[in-house]
Design a protein around this ligand. Structure first.
Ligand SMILES: [Zn+2]
Ligand SMILES: [Zn+2]
Length: 394
């Protein structure tokens, strides 16, 4: 437990900035109080704290959050909003501290090092921030373009390829340097704010940029336009993201749905072998290059939902069962498209069709029975020949 002196207000108390990530805020708190990060955390939470050996933005416990709230005089609710847990009910249904979590990229830890590429950054955001900081959005696999500046994010140092470990900016230094090291690459010293901003070009990338802005809006408002529905029809963000995750998962699949990648790419004039040859796997674990391609395909499919998907699925012989995982309840907008257009077993003939079939059977001198009508309409029926008992001579 912290003693009273540790619970006192800190001398400098920066507040979380717009959409700031907990780890970024924690680093800024240390630097604002003129302490190196590790020394600062050890002083406040004791030498045996292990925040930085875990994914602090996912695993933040109540002790860390309440201390931050008390020592910076920040409401608990605002502190909670800096964590990835706050996306529960917006981006995913159920938050968990470890393991796979939809849309949250793994950082792949080794001690305090990060071997994965689960943290991204926009060089223009960092360059223009009055106080540079890292956004929660940058931890999400569905984001590859900055919704503010319209340039591609970076998921590593463009100079040396190292992961973005902004919490290690002061590692190896005896004293906290005068310059702000939150933007500095630990390995090569590059100022991330000075990294090149890659802009997009072409129709598919313009579409992707608009798609990225709409995703940022959905995250901000918790509401989304229902794909394929009239403009006025809105759905909750969690339903939107659930269906979207199923769609990108299908596009990354090694199964038959993966064939759709080729169809989409052909329609978009993209060469997958050139842009990203390894596209089968877990979307949330992909690097930015792969996610960018998959999101381009998804944006194109959603632009005319579900017509484009249905056309391609019919062309490649992919039925609804390949798209829907029965381990979880799919989102309605996604499931209904699959069942209505790609699932023959859900075909329900109209009264007129049944009447016409009955007339046809009668005119042809065939048996007019419910079972036979089912058979002629391509629905489930009982093959009576299977139940003929063998005769004694057989
Ligand atoms: Zn930006
Ligand atoms: Zn570097």
């Amino acid at each position: 437990m912290l003693d009273e002196s540790q619970r006192q207000l800190w001398l400098f108390r920066p507040k979380p900035l717009d959409d700031e990530l907990l780890s970024s805020w924690l680093v800024r708190c240390a630097y604002a109080n003129l302490r190196k990060l590790h020394a600062f955390c050890s002083q406040v939470w004791g030498a045996r704290h292990h925040f930085w050996e875990r994914d602090v933005d996912r695993s933040a416990d109540i002790r860390l959050l309440t201390t931050l709230a008390e020592c910076t005089s920040t409401p608990n609710s605002r502190v909670y909003m800096t964590t990835l847990a706050a996306y529960e009910g917006i981006l995913f249904e159920c938050f968990k501290r470890s393991g796979e979590l939809p849309w949250v990229m793994p950082i792949v830890k080794r001690g305090r090092n990060r071997l994965g590429y689960g943290m991204q950054f926009c060089p223009q955001c960092l360059a223009t921030d009055e106080k540079p900081y890292y956004r929660r959005l940058w931890r999400l696999s569905c984001m590859v373009i900055c919704p503010v500046h319209g340039c591609y994010l970076h998921d590593c140092c463009p100079e040396c390829g190292a992961s973005v470990t902004f919490h290690q900016g002061d590692y190896g230094m005896k004293l906290l340097p005068f310059e702000n090291v939150i933007r500095k690459c630990k390995k090569c010293g590059l100022d991330r704010g000075a990294a090149p901003a890659m802009t997009y070009y072409g129709d598919s990338e313009t579409r992707l940029a608009a798609f990225q802005r709409s995703i940022a809006d959905v995250l901000r408002t918790s509401w989304a336009l229902e794909p394929g529905a009239p403009v006025t029809s809105h759905i909750m963000s969690i339903a939107y993201f659930s269906g979207l995750h199923d769609l990108v998962k299908a596009l990354c699949s090694k199964s038959r749905t993966g064939r759709l990648r080729e169809g989409c790419a052909r329609a978009l004039g993209m060469d997958l072998a050139d842009e990203a040859p390894e596209l089968a796997g877990a979307f949330d674990g992909f690097r930015l290059k792969e996610r960018r391609v998959i999101l381009k395909l998804a944006a194109w499919l959603l632009e005319s939902w579900p017509e484009r998907l249905v056309t391609l699925a019919n062309e490649y012989g992919v039925t609804s069962s390949y798209f829907i995982s029965y381990k979880k309840q799919p989102a309605y907008w996604y499931q209904s498209a699959m069942e209505l257009y790609l699932d023959a077993s859900h075909y329900h003939p109209s009264e007129d069709e049944i009447r016409a079939c009955r007339s046809f059977l009668k005119a042809s001198g065939l048996l007019v029975s419910k079972n036979n009508i089912q058979r002629w309409l391509g629905r489930y029926y009982v093959d009576k020949r299977r139940y003929i008992k063998p005769t004694a001579s057989q």
